[in-house]
Structures are given as C-alpha cells and as structure tokens.
Design a binder for this molecule. Sequence first.
Ligand code: ATP
Ligand code: MG
Length: 344
Amino acid sequence: MKICVLPGDGIGPEITEQALRVLEALRGDGLDFTVEKGLIGGCAVDATGSPYPDATAKLAQEADAILLGAVGGPQWDTLPREQRPERGLLAIRKQLNLFANLRPAILYPELANASTLKPEVVAGLDILIVRELTGDIYFGQPRGIREENGERVGFNTMVYSESEIRRIGKVAFEAARKRGKKLCSVDKMNVLECTQLWRDVMIELSADYPDVELSHMLVDNAAMQLVRAPKQFDVMVTGNMFGDILSDEASMLTGSIGMLPSASLDANNKGLYEPSHGSAPDIAGKGVANPLATILSVAMMLRYTFNLEAPAARIEMAVKKVLAAGYRTGDIYEAGTRRVGTKE
Ligand code: ATP
Ligand code: MG
C-alpha cells in the first residue's frame, strides 16, 4: 500500500499528522504501508510557484491512495486565478480522473444537539451521497455568454453519456451493497432529457444488483425530504450539480463540519481522501482543529481503495468511543464535556 500525503495549508498539516498517527497505530494489526509527503496548494505556490508541482503530480500518480488536508488561505486570494491554491485541487482531481465523490453524513448520538433538526428526526442518521464529479452542466459544451437581439444571454449545457452514468451508478450500487442495500437515484427527468437518460441507465444497471433496492426521486423533492425525513435514505446517487447542493445540505444535518470525511475515486478505486471542510485559516496553528474528519477519511481509504473493512470499522469505532468518553474539540464542545486539542 503506497499512500501519498498532501497536508496542504491552514489546519491541513495539523490534522493530517493526527490521521497518520492513527494509521501508524494500525501497523500493529499487520497493516503494511509506505507514506510519501508532497506539497499542494498555497504552500506549493510559495515553494515552487505552482499549486500542483510536477513532483507532487508524480507522487500522486504512483500512489494507491492520497490523503489530503486542505488548501487555501487569505494570503493567496490575490494571486492570478491559475496560481490559486484551489487550482491544485482541481488539477489533481482531473489528472487522476476522480469521477466519484463519496460524502457520508452521519449523526453521532453524542452530537445530537449540534444538528439544526429535531433529535427524533436525525437520531441515527447515516447517509452516503455519491456525487458524479467530472461531468454535467459544470463541463458541458457549448457554454458562455453571447449577444443576442441586443442583450447578453448566458447558457450552459447539461451533458451525460451513457458510459459516464453507468460508471458512477456502479460505484453507488457497490457502496449500497456494503451498507443498507438501498439506493435512491436523484434526477429531474420530468424537465431535463439528460436526466431521463440518467434514470434509464440506473434502471438498466439495477438488473446486476438484485440485492439492492433502487428508487428514484426528483431533486426538488429530495431536497425537501432531506430536511423532512432524512433517515429514509441510505445511499443517494446523483449528478455533479444536484450532488453539489444536496451533499452540502446533508452535511448540515449533522451540524459538525469537523466530523465529515470524503472520498473521490477513479474507475479502479484509486482515491483521494480529504475532510469535507476547508483549511480553516482562522484557527490554523492553534492546535484546536478537530482531526476527526481526516481520521475518518483514513477509514474510508481503507474501505474503498484497499477493501479492508475490519481496520476501517475499527477506526470508526474508536471515534465513537472517544466521543462517548466525552472528549471534544472546540467546534463540537458543549457544557459537561471535556475540551481537548487536535493532538490529544
Ligand atoms: P473552503 O472554501 O476551503 O471550503 P470555507 O471558507 O468554506 O473553506 P472552512 O475552512 O471549512 O470554510 O471553515 C469554515 C468554519 O468552520 C471556520 O470557522 C473554521 O474554523 C471551522 N472549521 C472548519 N474545519 C474545522 C475543523 N476541522 N475543526 C474545527 N473547526 C473547523
Ligand atoms: Mg466551503
């Protein structure tokens, strides 16, 4: 197992360091891996002039999986667009063809007060959103702003090929198979032809997964159901734009950005794993950031890239135990719990 670690900017280095300590602790269980570190984002711009230097690209290409902290910060916001730290992230996703973005939204019972919803609506919430990441209206041609009849007209194109839908569908069906065996595909087939094809291909695929129960929902209804009765969902699969919106919505149901991991996978389950949150420049270097989203990203790495369910589950169990024992970083602290720093 070759793991490339890209700590990045802001709290990135502090939180990836803790995740690596967890990984090291698993060596005792016979887990065998090598770690190589590289630069990405603002720190890479400062050192090399590029947010995704060639040396990092080489490391990422040769690794089986990549663990990333976060990129960006106010000191780089005035740089030209192609030198911004965020460009580093777009470049690595594109280079590695990471088309499947997996974002779990889990409510830990100990953190029930952090949710914006009533406890009875979210207790036990455990959703996985599978978002397509390289297609859809974000990349479709033609696109632009043109002059027409003396005024400006903006236009974008929603495009998905059958093969693109099938490969993201497979990831979602496989994930559902490893979980609650329920998959809800989200589209807008009553208005958009592109998503009619999406629905048709999902139905065709379902023949290969008789053990997974497939359902369909229009995106407007899905947005409503996520806040009305989110526990009806197990795995949700959708396109790039709907997934962008729904995954942010779902993450807020858990109320704790410092707790949510993510995975972005290619066709061979090679993946980039990172916390869902950003580089949090406001608390960087203070040793108070919550490392759990990054630690849980390591669990996703073991599960999805290396197919090692036991150590993945072990990490998740350890996180639950730490919460149950009352330890909290500042972002999830409440009266009666024990405040600890990143390293503790
Ligand atoms: P990005 O554009 O990179 O997503 P952002 O501006 O949306 O970044 P974050 O960097 O995620 O925002 O930070 C949003 C808020 O959440 C900040 O106040 C930050 O301190 C807090 N935050 C983010 N991650 C953590 C964490 N791991 N632990 C504690 N607080 C965090
Ligand atoms: Mg953000």
